[in-house]
Write a protein that binds this ligand. Structure first.
Ligand code: ADP
Ligand code: MG
Length: 249
């Protein structure tokens, strides 16, 4: 589903991703872990071209993301091409970014109407079905201010799912939540994974990574230091990973 080859990304003089190669397989969960500033968000954002990259390839479903290649030359993809590529990819951020003046169902239906050209009735029907999936059908008419953080994040997940993405990217989706609200969001993500959604998840929830990931990549200083099955969390003797994990126990 996602194939990253020899990816390099710099901000000014600083290289924040150095020769990153990584794949995310269809219907599997890839978790990205690592210290703050190691490049996890930047890597995730390169997958839907929220960040440009200077060198290397990012391919989603075989197609180079963000660039068009003609006669060996690489040019920025057209806006239409980029929109078409992003359509396959849902993203959930740490901050939920819901519209405060719209109800839960309004937040989920709005992009369907604006981006997909759904009628209002069609959009609300789809939105309600997706809210049901995340356990929030009963809150469809509530405004974000009247929802808990966990509920708001589930609405944000529903909003992404309503677009029927082939791939879901999560950037620390539970980091802004009070501890008692983390579980309900992780539960929704686990259910999504068990239905076969392809997911790339940046997380500090090591329990989630250990239980739900098919593969874990550990980044440090812009490089993938180790990548493997979840049992690397228990078995790896890579010192940087061990040291990182110690800060979470
Ligand atoms: P993580 O998500 O692992 O905490 P990030 O991908 O956010 O790491 O950041 C990686 C590095 O890139 C950090 O050193 C950060 O300061 C830097 N960085 C991130 N975004 C920008 C930006 N827009 N401009 C300049 N530097 C940035
Ligand atoms: Mg980050």
């Amino acid at each position: 589903m996602v194939e990253i080859r020899h990816l390099h990304k710099r901000f000014g003089a600083v290289e924040v991703l150095s020769d990153v190669s990584l794949t995310a397989e269809t219907s599997k969960v890839l978790c990205l872990i690592g210290p703050s500033g190691s490049g996890k968000s930047t890597l995730l954002r390169c997958i839907n071209f929220l960040e440009r990259y200077e060198a290397g390839d990012v391919r989603v479903e075989g197609e180079l993301v963000g660039y068009e290649e003609r006669g060996g030359q690489r040019r920025l993809a057209s806006g239409a091409k980029l929109r078409q590529q992003r359509r396959k990819i849902g993203m959930v951020f740490q901050q939920f970014n819901l519209w405060p003046h719209m109800t839960a169902i309004g937040n989920v239906a709005d992009p369907l109407i604006r981006v997909r050209g759904f009628s209002k009735a069609q959009a609300r029907e789809r939105a309600l079905a997706v809210l049901e999936k995340v356990g929030l059908a009963a809150k469809a008419a509530s405004y974000p201010a009247n929802l808990s953080g966990g509920q708001q994040q589930r609405v944000a997940i529903a909003r992404a799912l309503a677009m029927e993405p082939h791939l879901m990217l999560f950037d620390e989706p539970t980091s802004a939540l009070d501890p008692e609200l983390v579980g309900e969001v992780l539960q929704v993500m686990r259910a999504l994974a068990s239905e076969g959604m392809t997911m790339v998840v940046v997380t500090h929830e090591m329990g989630f990574a250990a239980g739900a990931a098919d593969k874990i990549a550990f980044l440090d200083k812009g490089r993938i230091v180790q990548c493997g099955p979840p049992d690397i969390l228990r078995k790896s003797d890579e010192p940087r990973l061990r040291q990182f994990l110690q800060t979470y126990h």
